[in-house]
Structure formats: structure tokens, C-alpha cells
Design a protein around this ligand. Structure first.
Ligand SMILES: Nc1ncnc2c1ncn2[C@@H]1O[C@H](COP(=O)(O)OP(=O)(O)O)[C@@H](O)[C@H]1O
Ligand SMILES: [Mg+2]
Length: 157
């Protein structure tokens, strides 16, 4: 079997990760998206509530769902697009530990937009309010990905 691929997206909320996925021509018969946000979004729709309203209570199930998505994909040898922020070495290491050695791992870096552009983008998502301190800590805690972490390739989106 050809080597499977995993794209680990790296970027703060609003940096354009999910939009990028929608603009790629992935073969969806052999590619899965691993994301906690997709689960929270769909659960919010089902409950008639906003992302922010259910975020805290829904995250544990969202993480479990994402983990199962990855385990199932690995078992099936499918490509994985991992749509989380992954801005720290530790958060990426956790992902690498779930991937067997037959996966070629591409880091896709999304540069943080300037303050005004970021504010505009975050405002364009009603019901999904990410606290300022969370945004600040992600921006301040950013760790640039390196091949030493296990990436076969690192690209800037
Ligand atoms: N390259 C881009 N240029 C301008 N706006 C963008 C771009 N990428 C995403 N956006 C807008 O920014 C907002 C957040 O994008 P999204 O893909 O949801 O970010 P993320 O998934 O990283 O949180 C959306 O409103 C989207 O339309
Ligand atoms: Mg997203």
C-alpha cells in the first residue's frame, strides 16, 4: 500500500485552517478530517445552541470522537487532515504518538493574521466566541514546528 499521509494543521483560531481544507482537492473516499470543532458545531446545531454555549460540556465527547476518527483512519490506511490548533510541540507530539511509522506527516502552518484582520475574522463567526485570554495564550505560546518533531515536510499555507 502507498504511504498514507497526515496533514497536521498548525494555526490559531481564525487563521484559516478549515477554509483551507475546503479549498483543497482531497480525495474524500480516502481522506478523513479529524477535528473537535466539527463535532461541537454539529452538536450545537442538533441542540439549537451556539458553539460557545455547549463548548465546555461537549469537549470531552468531541475529543473522544476525534480520537476514534484517527484510530479508524489509521486502521483503514486513510489519509488524515488534522484540523486543530496544534500550536505547541506538546500538542503535536500527542498526535505523532497516534500515527504509525508508515504515515508521511506534513505540517501546514497558518500564519497569525494581524490584529485587525484577526478580529474581523473572529467576529464573522457568531456564536463562536473564543475568550481573549485563550487567544493571547495561543499567540504567545506559539512554538514553530520543526522536522525534529517528526514532520517529513513543513509548508506554509
Ligand atoms: N485566507 C483567508 N483570507 C481571508 N479570510 C479568510 C481566509 N481564510 C479564512 N478566512 C476567513 O476567516 C474566518 C476563519 O476561518 P477558518 O477557516 O474558520 O479558521 P480556523 O479554522 O483556523 O479557525 C472565516 O470567516 C473565513 O472565511
Ligand atoms: Mg476551524
Amino acid at each position: 500500500m502507498a504511504m498514507a499521509k497526515c496533514y497536521i494543521l498548525i494555526g490559531i483560531p481564525g487563521s484559516g485552517k478549515s477554509t483551507w481544507i475546503n479549498n483543497q482537492n482531497f480525495d474524500w473516499s480516502r481522506t478523513v478530517v479529524a477535528s473537535t470543532d466539527d463535532y461541537v458545531d454539529s452538536e450545537a446545531r442538533n441542540q439549537g445552541k451556539t458553539y460557545s454555549e455547549i463548548f465546555r460540556d461537549t469537549m470531552p465527547a468531541a475529543v473522544a470522537h476525534m480520537t476514534k476518527t484517527v484510530v479508524d483512519a489509521v486502521r483503514a490506511g486513510k489519509d488524515i487532515v488534522w484540523d486543530q490548533t496544534s500550536t505547541t510541540v506538546a500538542s503535536r507530539a500527542k498526535k505523532f504518538r497516534m500515527l504509525p511509522p508508515n504515515y508521511s506527516v506534513v505540517g501546514v502552518v497558518f500564519r497569525t493574521p494581524d490584529r485587525a484582520e484577526l478580529a474581523r475574522r473572529l467576529k464573522s463567526r457568531p456564536g463562536k466566541e473564543i475568550p481573549d485570554n485563550v487567544m493571547r495564550s495561543m499567540i504567545g505560546g506559539w512554538e514553530e514546528p520543526t522536522k525534529a518533531e517528526g514532520f517529513n515536510k513543513i509548508i506554509v499555507a
